[in-house]
Design a protein around this ligand. Structure first.
Ligand SMILES: CC(C)(COP(=O)(O)OP(=O)(O)OC[C@H]1O[C@@H](n2cnc3c(N)ncnc32)[C@H](O)[C@@H]1OP(=O)(O)O)[C@@H](O)C(=O)NCCC(=O)NCCS
Length: 144
């Protein structure tokens, strides 16, 4: 049975390992160590039988919030976990008083674009060569 809960510093090794498996440009453990305790940053993990199989994080400051990352272990995709993690971020941002959420996503990342559209995000603009490897980004927005 899967469970969603707020992250803790003890989750860092598992988050780093999952992020390396899911992203071409992962953060370092030190970057996570700096981000997780920040008051404006929040995150959630998905566990199955006590094992971390997904995580999502973002930030909120006054009326604006951002989704930074959502990732689910490849073998666990398509079961609603990415959606549940995104919903947890949106609920937390709203609880903190944010009125809208922004994010950037690679134009070729159909799964992520599908996930964000399913949660009501709309594309606001395209950012050319936004990523280090030259891929364009879509900027998406949702009013909370
Ligand atoms: C994006 C990602 C988190 C989706 O996780 P998931 O657990 O498979 O997503 P869910 O099963 O909860 O699906 C949620 C919605 O996304 C849509 N979706 C999921 N995979 C999709 C795909 N391959 N193509 C199109 N839409 C897709 C589904 O239609 C679903 O919508 P619904 O709720 O209306 O049915 C997962 O593919 C992943 O970890 N990718 C690698 C990391 C990444 O690129 N993260 C995003 C950038 S930060």
């Amino acid at each position: 049975m899967e469970k969603i809960r707020a992250w803790t510093l003890a989750d860092i090794p598992a988050i780093v390992a999952l992020e390396r498996a899911c992203f071409s440009d992962p953060w370092t453990a030190e970057a996570w160590l700096g981000a997780i305790p920040r008051a404006d940053v929040f995150g959630f993990v998905a566990e199955e039988n006590g094992e971390l199989v997904g995580f999502a994080c973002g930030t909120a400051l006054f009326e604006d919030s951002e989704i930074w990352k959502v990732a689910v272990r490849e073998t666990m995709r398509g079961k609603g976990l990415g959606g549940a993690l995104t919903d947890a971020l949106l609920n937390e941002a709203k609880a903190r008083g944010a009125q809208r959420t922004f994010l950037e996503v690679r134009v070729g990342n159909q799964a992520a674009i599908g996930l964000y559209r399913s949660r009501g995000f709309e594309t606001t603009r395209e950012r050319k060569k936004y990523y280090a490897d030259g891929e364009d980004a879509l900027e998406m927005k949702k009013d909370l």
